[in-house]
Design a protein around this ligand. Structure first.
Ligand SMILES: [Zn+2]
Length: 706
């Protein structure tokens, strides 16, 4: 049984053990096998368990490379259960698909042919995804037989407070009001927030209200927070309090989204549109106990995506939800796994390669292995040349080859399924030395700089000292009336690329190595309650750097003649960036999250201001970028995953396809699936401008001068 996280596997093993006990079938052995399992429990799982729960990373590094120890288990394997199938998308999913091919190959070797069973949240293409992941034929069961009470879904667009500028009431305040109404009415409520900060603020505000209304109650028990970074014990405790009903309001991030068993709550509040319809449905699905009525309230923010939902709420219930895409044959993913597979079990002679790898034929497997052999990834042995009889009865002399791993190498150790993962930071209570929480490496500069307020379930801790290399932050509990917010700057530069500007045609597009830098120059202090800015502080921490690969497209020169205003040019470039990102991910069969799209002012070989799609830029940024905006797509995986360069190679197709998508969409002023939703205000791209941009760029690629 494969679960995407250790926590989920643990949860499920506990429930299965309880189930087995209740049934009196003590003979059913459930084993847990992850990085934290002690050696004797590992031996027991291998030797005696009927079912083993693990995660793909452990299967990849801890089980498959040591398959000899698992020979008996693999030879008797009947079912491979893949839970939370929808998580395995994009690059991560492509890696997992290759891990499952390795598993299948070893099962065949030991004499079994297990059946795959997968469960998914709602996505548009569960069958396709399951087929792609498992490499096996699939039958989809999509009828939901669970009894349901009446479900009410409210889409709430905050009122306009300034008719002149169209500014709406702050959605976080609206979230707070809605949650508070449900709290006072005694309705058990789960409030999903977009950020960890929002979780902490909502928890704090609700605790303050509860303390005012019910001084005899302990608000820290009835109002809880739940997010990534909390230690596992704290998370388990909040889950238990939710199930028992002791927790009345829980503010959470999507950390609670994965199939963690908390039972049902009466109401779900969504603070802001979760970004995809699949996530919206999954979170809303937490509302409702067996057969009882339930309520979901979606409080929309003023960002373009949210306002699009406000104008077209039926978008949320349209039958086609997001596709999950994988590309197991992406060479950047496939080749490392073929290396792992060869180290696990040699690839035999050419004729038997036909069934060696799902999704590739013998010639393709042979070509990939030969490439690896030439580059020292595997070792090729030429066996004596027997006469081989092929399927159609041809007798020919053919050299038999055997591809095996390089002696002494452990390729699985070098392949990270989820990209390079840096060690987390520990948040340590200075007086006691206790670890209070964990923070991802990437988030540390934002939340753990000296002077930051680090909140945990409504309590504030001030960061006194940050030991960067030791990955430790020392904090002290304080009574504060403000929280902090880091100021974040993103810069992108593309260097050493191939440019399609040789000859008479001007620079139109190119690709190269990208250097992405995120720096945090300082932070703001913001008063609780009123959210007014009451001060600044400096931050001096190392920048976070990403070295990856990128593709870029210049705004066509003649486009400036069509559109003289810099604002309109910047808006067009942002809309083009959104559309290329969306359609690019579709063509490259990756997840949108595997790629990032930005607009730079001027040629990206120089550091310049960066504009992000769906984020309203400042006037200064528009002025700088509007003169000559470039659209840049880059791989978010460190080192690159070949996606941006593939996008550059297929530029003409990509631009044409994007044009078709933008032209064919029936939305009014843009939507998430074409050029991005329009802003609430006048700053929006014109569809005609976007089409001209794409036409001119495509024409220039096909040889015309723009
Ligand atoms: Zn549209």
């Amino acid at each position: 049984m494969l679960f995407p996280t250790k926590a989920l596997a643990r949860d499920q093993v506990e429930s299965m053990r309880a189930l087995a006990e209740a049934l009196g079938v003590s003979a059913v052995g459930m084993g847990l096998y992850d990085g934290d399992t002690p050696p004797d429990a590992r031996r027991a799982a291998r030797a005696r368990a009927h079912a083993v729960a693990t995660n793909p990373d452990m299967l990849h590094r801890g089980i498959l490379p040591h398959h000899e120890r698992w020979g008996r288990f693999l030879g008797a394997l009947r079912y491979v259960v893949v839970d939370e199938l929808h998580v395995y998308r994009g690059l991560f999913g492509s890696h997992v698909a290759n891990v499952l091919r390795r598993l299948w190959r070893l099962c065949r070797h030991y004499g079994s042919a297990p059946q795959f069973i997968a469960c998914s949240a709602t996505i548009a293409n569960p069958g396709e995804l399951a087929r792609g992941l498992s490499g096996r034929p699939v039958r989809v069961v999509d009828r939901d037989g669970a009894p349901r009470g009446a479900r009410t879904f409210v889409v709430l667009n905050p009122q306009v407070v300034d008719p002149l500028t169209g500014v709406r009431r702050d959605y976080l305040k609206v979230t707070r009001d809605v949650t508070d109404i449900l709290r006072t009415a005694g309705v058990q409520t789960l409030a999903f927030c977009r950020t960890r900060k929002a979780v902490e603020l909502l928890t704090r505000y609700m605790q303050d209200e509860e303390a005012r209304d019910q001084p005899e109650r302990a608000p820290s028990q009835t109002i809880r927070g739940y997010r990534g970074g909390y230690l596992p014990d704290r998370r388990r405790e909040v889950e238990r309090a939710l199930r028992s009903g002791e927790a009345r309001v829980v503010a959470a991030t999507h950390a609670l989204e994965l199939g963690i068993d908390i039972g049902g709550v009466d109401a779900v509040v969504l603070s802001g549109y979760p970004g995809t319809r699949a996530a919206t449905r999954q979170r809303a699905g937490r509302a409702g106990r067996r057969g009882q009525a339930s309520l979901t309230v979606l409080c929309l923010s003023s960002n373009p995506l949210d306002q699009f939902v406000a104008s077209e709420p039926s978008f949320l219930w349209e039958p086609t939800v997001e596709h999950a895409r994988i590309d197991p044959n992406n060479p950047e993913v496939l080749l490392p796994h073929l290396r792992c597979a060869a180290a696990e079990l040699g690839f035999g002679d050419v004729t038997s390669l036909a069934d060696a790898w799902t999704g590739l034929d013998a010639t393709e497997v042979h070509a990939a292995l030969s490439y690896l052999a030439e580059h020292g990834g595997v070792v090729r042995h030429i066996l004596d040349a027997p006469t081989v009889e092929t399927a159609d009865g041809d007798r020919g002399e053919r050299t038999s080859e055997l591809f095996v791993g390089v002696a002494g190498s452990s390729p699985a150790e070098e392949v990270d399924l989820r990209g390079t993962v840096e060690e987390n930071f520990a948040v340590i209570d200075e007086p006691s030395g206790d670890i209070l929480a964990e923070v991802d490496f990437e988030d540390a500069p934002l939340y753990l700089h000296v002077g930051a307020m680090y909140p945990i379930e409504g309590r504030f801790y001030e960061v006194r000292q940050l030991a960067w290399d030791a990955r430790k932050a020392f904090v002290r509990r304080v009574q504060a009336d403000y929280y902090t917010e880091a100021i974040c700057k993103l810069r992108v530069r593309v260097v050493g690329g191939d440019e399609a500007d040789r000859g008479p045609v001007e620079v139109t597009h190119g690709q190269g190595l990208a250097h992405v830098v995120r720096s945090v120059p300082g932070f703001k202090k913001i008063r609780l309650g009123t959210h007014e800015n009451i001060g600044f502080g400096p931050v001096s921490l190392p920048d976070l750097e990403l070295h990856t690969t990128a593709a870029y497209w210049a705004s066509p020169r003649t486009f400036s003649e069509h559109v003289p205003e810099p604002e309109r040019r910047a808006a067009t470039a942002l809309a083009v960036a959104h559309a290329l990102h969306h359609v690019g991910a579709m063509l490259l069969m990756c997840d949108r999250g595997d790629l990032a799209a930005v607009v730079t002012g001027g040629h990206p070989s120089a550091w310049g201001p960066v504009l992000l799609p769906n984020r309203r830029p400042t006037a200064e940024q528009v002025l700088a970028a509007g003169a000559c905006p470039y659209v840049v797509l880059y791989d978010r995986a460190p080192g690159g995953a070949g996606l941006a360069s593939a996008a550059a190679e297929m530029s003409a197709t990509l631009l044409r396809r994007t044009r078709t998508v933008v032209a064919a969409c029936r939305c009014g002023h843009g939507c998430p699936t074409c050029m991005g939703p329009a802003s609430d205000d006048a700053w929006e791209a014109d569809r005609g401008d976007v089409l001209i941009w794409l036409d001119l760029a495509a024409a220039s690629l096909e040889g015309g001068v723009t």
